[in-house]
Design a protein around this ligand. Structure first.
Ligand SMILES: C[S@@+](CC[C@H](N)C(=O)[O-])C[C@H]1O[C@@H](n2cnc3c(N)ncnc32)[C@H](O)[C@@H]1O
Length: 277
């Protein structure tokens, strides 16, 4: 009978194909253990089913597929989210929108919140969990993305209302008004997409921002004045080179607002914040 493969042997084989941290993360998931277990139990044998699953995952990782899609999960802010290839993998820089949103909600706990382009629901669900008195709406044009977001709301017991349609249109059609709007809309210029690895795995609908990357931001800012309450805050994620252009669009849509471009941890322009009088 063939000897079962051990943790150490499995990692050794995988490391010949993929990064060490990825090899460890995949093995942890295949075995259902924490990372420390791998170091404490190098001789632990894998069952044939675990070895097969691990080998398949290593192959997918070696082909470039993001770990989040292989494992079906990604950590965002303070919890784990289900992700599938129908949604963008939530990024750490988007957590800035949560911080800025929660700071606003501390002063207005019963606010109405709109998350436009919710994808996995990472923003809407996190805000709803941390601000349980808020009325949180999550909007997306993709029914497949909304199905994933609904699962995430259910697993975190977040009270979120989901609306399908183009940007704020379903919100406006219901006569709703927001106090806080968060949106991480697609903001990559169409011409840049072919050269980017993300397009191979993540949905184009989540990435393509039109000729200058700002088409959706521009359209959202056209719609938003009709749905904004006095004193509202808008937080829009933008690309590193879009600060000045986005700020000009914000000022044109909301002439009386205080507009600021906030940097991410790497110092790049990342959020357009508009505070209405
Ligand atoms: C960059 S992803 C962001 C997902 C999620 N909010 C996050 O931060 O991880 C953009 C999302 O906007 C959605 N989207 C694209 N065009 C849209 C439109 N016209 N109206 C509503 N949602 C749209 C996509 O389906 C996608 O889920």
């Amino acid at each position: 009978m063939a000897m079962a493969m051990t943790v150490q042997q499995a990692l050794g084989r995988a490391r010949a194909r993929i990064e060490t941290l990825d090899a460890q993360a995949l093995l942890c998931a295949a075995l259902g253990v924490e990372r420390a277990y791998l170091f404490g139990h190098p001789d632990h044998p894998l069952t044939p089913a675990q070895a097969d699953r691990y080998a398949g995952w290593v192959e997918r990782c070696a082909a470039g597929e993001p770990l989040a899609y292989i494992l079906g999960r990604r950590a965002f802010y303070d919890r784990d989210f289900i992700v599938t290839p129908d949604v963008l993998i939530p990024r750490p820089e988007t957590e800035l929108l949560v911080e800025q949103g929660l700071a606003y909600l501390r002063g207005r706990p019963a606010a109405t919140v709109a998350d436009v382009g919710t994808g996995s629901g990472a923003l809407a669900v996190t805000l709803a969990v941390h601000a349980p008195a808020a009325q949180v709406y999550a909007l997306d044009i993709s029914p497949a993305a909304l199905a994933v977001a609904r699962q995430n709301a259910a697993q975190h017991r977040a009270a979120v209302t989901f609306l399908e349609g183009d940007l704020l249109r379903p919100f406006l059609e219901r006569g709703l008004r927001f106090d806080l709007l968060v949106a991480n809309l697609p903001y990559i210029a169409s011409g840049d997409l072919p050269s980017l690895a993300v397009t191979r795995w993540e949905p184009r609908l989540a990435l393509d921002g039109g000729a200058d990357g700002l088409d959706l931001v521009r359209r959202l800012l056209d719609q938003a004045p009709a749905a904004a309450r006095p004193g509202a805050r808008l937080l829009l994620e933008i690309g590193a080179d879009q600060g000045a252009a986005a700020q000009a669009l914000g000022a044109a849509a909301f002439p009386g607002a205080r507009a600021a471009v906030l940097p991410d941890l790497a110092g790049h322009d990342r959020i357009l914040r508009l505070d209405l009088p």
